[in-house]
Design a protein around this ligand. Structure first.
Ligand code: SAM
Length: 467
């Protein structure tokens, strides 16, 4: 079969994806074994191979899939897990996305945070130890224009609380113009995140009736505009539950290839949100809900197909699912999240309208301690983006051994910094022992010394140390 992809203008070939899915039904267990062997090389997979893996059913082969994905993940990411939290600044929305609690059909008192309220939210997030935020907003050009978003970003970066400081803001706002993406770039955002929701144009149109977001072509070309504007870290995702998950995985991979071909670098991250109940949204009405077994396979298959792309999991998932997926796919998780505007301040009192329900309610310190107990290094590192290691430059480092000598010491340093600033005596001792033990496993003396030196410097009050 001829391999068709997105053309230069980023148009998905729906029939091609449907034919890949259809042909993959003939996949044999021998085919799967061969593809899994190939995946060990970390060179990615062909469309037809991804489609075949999505047919995997034999329990032993599923175990093998998880094992190989786990090995690939370990080789590329070591045992680091990056932490972040979302910050919702506005729930005004002109769209009518069938799946979303913010749809304009839902009548509730909408709000956007004032700059003072943003400061207050950020101080609470800093008090939890967060250094990385994902800024979230509904789409409303009048009530939430780009200038408001830019002011919010400035405010967040300018808000300090004791030793707290947000060092990286990833931005998840609706598809926009090159001009606006340039403004976001100038505001020094980290990753521009936009979920395609569904790559299946028919499902996409059904899920976004009579609204701006319903323009499938404008949405699928958003990253082209962002990259043309100079944003070289973009974060993709689909909302699993809206259409055939096999279609979505193949769509994601083709979108990634399109960007690689056109701009030299694909997605920085892929998020894998699954549909959750929300205000005015009941899951029974969605025919493509993704069960845990298929979800886990999908995470492992994406890991094998794009070994160097970070994968993000939010608190939409329960703690147990998050813990398992860290083993063979996920490299970033949110923690202590609120998914409503003003949610951090309101968490203790009153009701706020969440965009969707969460499944993991643990605080960041609980998540961090759990990660340490499982041998992971929780990381608040933001060094790459602040030293210009972004886009293609970052991917080249990620594909080399060099990454381990940057990311691990930086991750351990941020964990120690967190422990000094936010841990009690017991936690500090536990974290310090862990950091020392992890440092001792690094095979370069200069790197070990860098970490041990940082422990002392942090205790003496120095902050924000990185390579
Ligand atoms: N307004 C921006 C846009 O149009 O892309 C940002 C969207 S929203 C703040 C972030 C994401 O939440 C959406 O892209 C969607 O995938 C996800 N989301 C919406 N409703 C959801 C639900 N019921 N369950 C899980 N995720 C949901």
């Amino acid at each position: 079969m001829t391999r068709k992809r997105f053309d230069e203008d980023m148009k998905i070939d729906r029939d091609y994806i449907l034919s890949l899915i259809e042909n993959a039904k003939e996949t044999t267990e021998e085919d799967i074994d061969r593809i899994l062997e190939k995946a060990k090389d970390r060179k990615g997979l062909e469309h037809s191979e991804i489609a075949s893996l999505l047919e995997i059913k034999n329990e032993d082969q599923v175990k093998k899939l998880f094992k190989i994905a786990g090995e690939v993940k370990k080789d590329v990411y070591g045992n680091r897990v990056v932490l972040f939290a979302p910050l919702y600044i506005s729930d005004y929305c002109v769209n009518n996305c069938v799946y979303c609690g913010y749809k304009c059909k839902n009548k509730f008192v909408r709000r956007r945070l004032t700059m003072d309220e943003i400061r207050q939210e950020v101080e609470i997030l800093e008090e939890m130890g967060h250094k990385r935020l994902a800024l979230e907003a509904g789409e409303d050009p009048v009530n939430c224009p780009i200038d408001y978003v830019l002011e919010a970003i400035d405010t967040i970066y300018d808000t300090y609380n004791n030793n707290g400081k947000i060092r990286r803001i990833n931005v998840n706002i609706a598809a926009t113009t090159i001009e606006n993406y340039k403004k976001l770039k100038d505001a020094q955002i980290g990753t521009y995140i936009l979920f395609q929701e569904s790559y299946d144009e028919v499902a996409y149109r059904n899920m976004h009736p009579n609204c701006i977001k319903g323009n499938y072509d404008y949405h699928t070309t958003a990253f082209d505009r962002a990259m043309e504007a100079g944003i070289d870290d973009v974060g993709a995702g689909v909302l699993f539950g809206l259409a055939d998950p096999k279609f979505e995985v193949l769509g994601l991979m083709m979108h990634n290839e399109h960007l690689e071909k056109k701009f030299g670098v694909g997605f920085h991250t892929i998020s894998v949100p699954r549909l959750r109940p929300a205000e005015g949204v009941t899951l029974e009405t969605f025919p493509h809900l993704l069960d845990d077994d298929m979800f886990k396979k999908i995470v492992a298959i994406i890991r094998l197909a794009v070994p160097y792309t970070g994968m993000i999991l939010s608190t939409r998932e329960e703690a147990e699912v998050r813990q398992e997926l860290l083993e063979y796919g996920i490299s970033q998780v949110s923690a202590g999240s609120c998914t409503g505007v003003g949610g951090y301040e309101e968490a203790a009192n009153g009701r706020n309208i969440d965009q969707f329900e969460k499944a993991d309610e643990r605080t960041p310190i609980e998540v961090i301690e759990d990660l340490i107990d499982r041998g992971y290094v929780p990381s608040y590192c933001t060094a790459c983006y602040r030293t210009g290691r972004t886009g293609e430059k970052f991917m080249n480092i990620a594909k080399s051994e060099e990454i381990h000598y940057m990311c691990k010491p930086n991750a351990l340093t941020t964990l120690m910094e967190y422990a000094v600033d936010y841990g009690d005596e017991r936690f500090l001792e536990k974290a310090e022992n862990f950091v020392r033990e992890q440092a001792s496993t690094i095979d370069r003396e200069d790197i070990r010394e860098f970490i041990l030196g940082n422990i002392e410097k942090l205790k003496k009050g120095e902050r924000d140390l990185f390579i």
